[in-house]
Design a protein. Sequence first.
Length: 330
Amino acid sequence: MRAVVIVKPGNVEELEIREVETPPTPTADRVRVRVRAAALNRADILQRKGYYPAPPSAPRDIPGIEFAGEVDRIGGEVRSWKPGQRVFGICGGGAQAEYIVVPANHLAQIPPNLSWAEAAAVPEAFITAHDALFTQAGLQLGETVLVHAAGSGVGTAASQLTRAAGAKAFGTSRTAEKLERAKEFGLSHAIVISDDPLAFVASVQEWTEGRGVNVVLDLVGAAYLEANLKALALKGRMMQVGTTSGSQAPLDLATVMSKRLWIQGTVLRARSDEEKATATRLFATHVIPLLADGSVRSVIDRTYKLEEVREAHLRMESNESFGKIVLLIE
């Protein structure tokens, strides 16, 4: 089969399309999927550079943590899927290839209204956002959420899910154009962040009439920590999803204690199979119906052929993308 292969850690020139061994016929509870599209994520960039190795269960040199395709073969214990069904899901790696083998309970059925590209742009963004906001942070009807990097895949998913749940989303970005586009996906208010992250605190206080937001979904990291604590309401919850600005920052424990704040970090890739299965099941129950009726949708920046993976990486590294970048695997 053809696959994207990281020849060695480095720049995009270390990515090649190679013929590699096709995964064997699955056994037990495993399913082999013929991948039709796979979205690109920051994890793929970090893995290419040598900063984020794949977990032991995944190929070490084939990136890709989400995919959409058709069930090709099933193991003897699989009862939930049959060959030919359209499915999408998450994995520890290896999705940027023509075939992948995953546990049956890591898959969900693609709604008929989604194309391969639209489906591939869903799993990582929407499972991450749903899990962080609802399963972990317990977002409730009428609450408020501050979404950083609102123009990202997770950001646009979070804004839409927040609106669908009867809560209110506010957003930030370093680009005015991205924020203007993000308003289409559920943002009530938004602010462009310049060199001073503390600047958004005053806006949050104005939007919430001085109460602060109930939940912060932060994909940025260290640079925003101080401002996040100031922006949170009493008993607010902060979900740390990304660290693009770094992972270390001073923590004001006095603010955490006085406001009785709750700070939680989260990742999907490193979780156990059982945890991924639970997150996928909840996504299938609560989010797929919204995708099926058009209440929420994936947001695609650009699509590329598998052979154009280098261009796709450069597009993501430019920070000019809005929504998801998708590789089509014909």
